[in-house]
Design a protein around this ligand. Structure first.
Ligand code: UTP
Length: 298
């Protein structure tokens, strides 16, 4: 008899990066608090996790990231003022946008030593259960959300699951890249190898790791002894490669569009795409966008 994989209850959001590509905006404001239309980037990732049935939200933060903690707390004065003034819709929107009391944990990375180190900092809160991991600046527009799709794949296959997508071959040196083996279905394949930021000529494919993962807790033992890799940072991909010797990894080609909001062009594109998807904004925004596109020079 095969047992069902253990439920994914917890998610880690590593939000301790410095966001140097977005200076000066990110000197005081965490890059995860930059807004796409009218919502901070981090809130899209939390809503995606809630939709996927996740119950506990672990934020790995650093110095200067206090606004993230405040954002997911109750804004007591603001909310009671909205209630007293009868602004019910705004009050309910705020009330519905934060995790329930006790469902969010915050842990400090202390030093930005890399994504792998940030994930390792969550080990005590995660404990010995499989967990989800989401890099919030990789904003994924999809219905159902990417994390819900990932959990469905995990429930069918167990093990570790990594969201992947194709990029132009000349961009592979910016990402973690996967080599694929057996095909399980149209969207799901076995991973046979991974490499972080390879030289273009050495990349095993053009399928990159897109910032959503389901990982088994054994990853922490590998992260514990992980030496710095690409860019001098402790890389999650390097620890996944050593875990690949012991456990199954599936690559899941999700249905959706990614916007890298840590990058200026990705962030601008996200704002346009999400605004055009909003029935309350698109009718007024589209003609302005058309006019700007026609009149702009390269
Ligand atoms: P990035 O590669 O986007 O790095 O990190 P960054 O430092 O945030 O941004 P730039 O390159 O300086 O502009 C990918 C993810 O890993 C987290 C980031 O917060 C982001 O979610 N991260 C990275 C950490 O939490 N800690 C680190 O030490 C490094």
């Amino acid at each position: 008899m095969t047992t069902a994989p253990r439920k994914i209850r917890k998610i880690v959001f590593p939000v301790a990066g410095l966001g140097t590509r977005f200076l000066p905006a990110t000197k005081v404001i965490p890059k995860e608090m930059l807004t796409v239309v009218d919502k901070p980037v981090i809130q899209y990732a939390v809503e995606e996790a809630i939709e996927a049935g996740i119950e506990h939200f672990v934020f790995v933060t650093g110095r200067g990231k206090g606004a993230i903690e405040d954002h997911f707390d109750m804004a007591f004065e603001l909310e009671s003022t909205l209630k007293a003034r009868g602004k019910t819709a705004s009050f309910e929107m705020l009330e519905g946008s934060r995790p329930p009391a006790g469902a969010a944990s915050f842990v400090r990375q202390q030093e930005p030593l890399g994504l792998g180190h940030a994930v390792w900092c969550a080990r005590e809160i995660i404990g010995a259960e499989p967990f989800a991991l989401s890099l919030p600046d990789m904003l994924i527009q999809s219905k159902p959300g990417c994390m819900a799709q990932m959990i469905e794949t995990y429930n069918a296959r167990g093990g570790n699951v990594v969201a992947v997508e194709e990029v132009p071959h000349e961009h592979v040196n910016r990402y973690g890249v996967c080599a694929l083996g057996e095909t399980f279905n149209e969207r799901t394949h076995a991973i046979t190898g991974m490499v972080e930021k390879p030289k273009i000529e050495d990349a095993p494919s053009n399928l990159i790791i897109s910032g959503r993962y389901i990982l088994q807790p054994e990853i922490f033992a590998h992260l514990e002894k992980q030496k710095p890799g690409a860019g001098g940072e402790i890389q999650l991909t390097d620890s996944m490669i050593s875990l690949l010797g012991e456990q199954n990894f599936s690559a899941y080609k999700f249905d959706g569009t990614t916007y890298d909001c840590g990058d200026k062009v990705g962030y601008l594109s996200a704002n346009v795409a999400y605004a055009l998807d909003r029935p309350d904004l698109a009718p007024a925004f589209r003609p302005i966008l058309d006019r700007l596109t026609k009149s702009s020079h390269p």
